[in-house]
Design a protein. Structure first.
Length: 123
């Protein structure tokens, strides 16, 4: 196992993104979330959806290039070219779904764009 400082940047950034989503889950669990706050959160999350396809395409391309740079082997004897082709197919589909995710988040954001709030009156 490597320390955080020794991990490749791609691994560290993916870990940071996953940790950020976990933290978002924690702070939103059972919270009262007025529309302006949710609007801002959705604005940031939709950019994750818009940027993720490019990152996934880069991962797929990097896998393909690795076949030319390394002596790639599969533990079970399968053809690494086929494994990478299969992974690339899944990454391509994930990129399409991320685009859909971004579109849906944009629509959710638009649905609440005009909403405001005031603190509830106290008795």
């Amino acid at each position: 196992m490597t320390s955080d400082d020794e991990r490749p940047p791609a691994v560290q950034h993916a870990d940071d993104a996953a940790e950020s989503i976990r933290a978002l889950v924690d702070v939103t669990h059972a919270a009262n979330l007025p529309a302006p706050l949710v609007y801002d959160v959705l604005g940031n999350l939709k950019w994750v959806g818009h940027r993720l396809p490019e990152a996934l395409q880069h991962l797929a391309s990097g896998l393909g290039r690795s076949l030319d740079q390394y002596d790639v082997k599969e533990d079970d004897g399968r053809d690494p070219v086929q494994s990478i082709a299969t992974a690339t197919d899944h990454l391509t589909r994930a990129a399409q779904l991320a685009d859909q995710l971004a579109d849906e988040l944009d629509k959710a954001q638009g649905a609440i764009r005009g909403q405001g709030y005031r603190p509830a009156p106290t008795e």
